[in-house]
Structures are given as structure tokens and as C-alpha cells.
Design a binder for this molecule. Structure first.
Ligand SMILES: Nc1ncnc2c1ncn2[C@@H]1O[C@H](COP(=O)(O)OP(=O)(O)OP(=O)(O)O)[C@@H](O)[C@H]1O
Ligand SMILES: [Mg+2]
Length: 247
């Protein structure tokens, strides 16, 4: 599904990704762990097409389509979802409005009819319910004044509505309380654990992986994948740290 080969990228002319290769097949859940500053968020931003993240070599394809040929919104319409480490606030735009516009923009790009008000509301209620998020919260401006954990849950509601093929979730577990961690984990499973979808979880800790069980775990250090293994690798990392494992 997602095939990354020898990816090199710079941020502010500084090389960050230095030949990263990773293949994610449909139905698989992958986790990427790695020290601060290793390039994990950079990987997500580069795939998503965030301005300022320049690809200097290598390829990335989603179901055979070259991602780097597409504008960010086209990548989203092709089925790529990026959950931010730090979700942004958008004052003046209500969350429901934002969700409906983005869902319908994607449907339009795919040649599908827009959702009616009623259809959208039903979908939003279903996904908000999955994440135990009150619909009243979604009437507020996007993320404005949301607590850290609320932002992450709202982001999972957004993922549920957009229904992507592949989700790259950047530290979705950070800032979540114990119950919210379980709710988000179960939400990710309900939305994304399907034979035709895939997930790349970026995380520092095993705790999210207790709920969303990865098929593969990778260590990203110095801009490339330095080790890959099964779920046991995350436990080994937690036990011994990166220096022992990635050396
Ligand atoms: N605008 C920028 N200018 C200079 N360096 C940058 C810029 N943005 C990111 N970097 C650098 O790129 C490197 C990789 O950052 P990135 O956010 O991808 O790390 P990360 O692996 O996600 O770390 P963390 O675990 O702390 O989230 C860091 O050293 C960071 O300082
Ligand atoms: Mg990061």
C-alpha cells in the first residue's frame, strides 16, 4: 500500500531523512519509535506534503501513485491521513463545519456526491460516539481551547469521518489520560484495523501499542530505519533504551 524507498528530505536545508525505506501492506499496523529529533514527525510531514519539507531523493507511492507528484489535498483525497503531534487550532471555523467541508472536498476529488446535512450529522455522531466525544464540543472552533487530550480525540473523530486508507498517527497517545488512551486505541482499531487499510503509529511508549497491537515495530534513528522487528521490539526498547537496541 505505502512504499517508501531511500527517502531523503531536508528541513531548512538541513538533511533530516537520509535514505529511509519502509513498506506497509494493506491490513498491517506498523509502529515507529526513535529518539527525539530522529526525524519521525519529518517523515509524516514529508509524506503529507507540508511546505518547508523538501524531498531531495527517493520515492514514496500509495497504491502505486507517486505521492510527491500530488498536492497535499490530493494526497488526502487519495487516502492519506496525517494525525499531528501538535494539532492546530483554527479560530472562527467550527469543527462540524470543518469536518463536513473536508469530507465533502475529498468526496468531490474522488468523484463522489457530497454528503447531505443529515447524512453528515449521522456520520459525525457515530464517529464522535466511538471516541466518546460530546457533539457540543464539535460545535466549537477547531481545537480552540481544547485540552491536549481532547485535541487528540477530536483528531480521531476526524479520521473516522475521512475514512482514509492509511493513517500516520504522530504521537496520538501523548497527553492522553488513562481512559482516553484506551478510548483512542479502541477508536483506532474500530476505524482502521481492516484488511484494506493500514496504520503507521509514531510513538515513544508501549502504552498505545497495548491497545493497537502492531505487526511490525521499527526504530528510526539518524534519519533512517535502523532496526525492524515484531511487537517484542517495542518491549525490548522500553527495557533497554535506544542505545542498546539501535547501536
Ligand atoms: N524548521 C526547522 N529548522 C531547522 N531544523 C528543524 C526544523 N524543523 C525540524 N527541524 C529538525 O529536524 C529534526 C527532526 O525533527 P522531528 O520533528 O522530525 O523529530 P522527531 O523524531 O519527530 O522527534 P520527537 O520525538 O521529539 O517528536 C530535529 O533535529 C529538528 O530540530
Ligand atoms: Mg515528532
Amino acid at each position: 500500500m505505502l512504499e517508501i524507498q531511500n527517502l531523503q528530505a531536508t528541513v531548512a536545508d538541513k538533511p533530516i531523512l537520509k535514505g529511509l525505506s519502509l513498506t506497509i501492506n494493506a491490513g498491517e499496523i506498523h509502529a515507529i519509535m526513535g529518539p527525539n529529533g530522529a526525524g519521525k514527525s519529518t517523515l509524516g510531514y514529508t509524506l503529507g506534503g507540508r511546505p518547508g519539507y523538501e524531498v531531495t531523493g527517493g520515492t514514496a507511492t500509495l497504491d502505486g501513485t507517486d505521492l510527491f507528484e500530488l498536492e497535499p489535498y490530493e494526497r488526502a483525497a487519495a487516502g492519506l491521513f496525517l494525525g499531528f503531534q501538535y494539532p492546530v487550532e483554527i479560530p472562527g471555523v467550527s469543527f462540524v463545519q470543518f469536518l463536513r467541508e473536508s469530507a465533502n472536498a475529498q468526496r468531490k476529488a474522488r468523484g463522489e456526491a457530497p454528503l447531505s446535512g443529515g447524512e453528515f450529522l449521522k456520520l459525525a455522531k457515530e464517529k464522535a460516539g466511538l471516541l466518546r466525544m460530546d457533539m457540543d464540543m464539535l460545535k466549537r472552533p477547531v481545537n480552540v481551547g481544547f485540552s491536549g487530550g481532547e485535541k487528540k480525540r477530536a483528531e480521531m473523530v476526524q479520521m473516522g469521518i475521512l475514512d482514509p486508507k492509511i493513517a500516520i498517527l504522530d504521537e496520538t497517545d501523548s497527553g492522553l489520560d488513562i481512559d482516553a488512551l484506551r478510548i483512542c486505541g479502541e477508536g483506532i482499531n474500530a476505524i482502521m484495523r481492516k484488511p484494506d487499510k493500514a496504520v503507521l503509529l509514531i510513538t515513544h511508549y508501549q502504552r498505545l501499542l497495548d491497545y493497537v497491537k502492531p505487526d511490525f515495530v521499527h526504530v528510526l534513528a539518524g534519519g533512517r530505519i535502523v532496526r525492524s522487528g515484531g511487537p517484542e521490539l517495542a518491549l525490548e526498547l522500553e527495557e533497554n533504551g535506544y542505545e542498546a537496541v539501535a547501536a
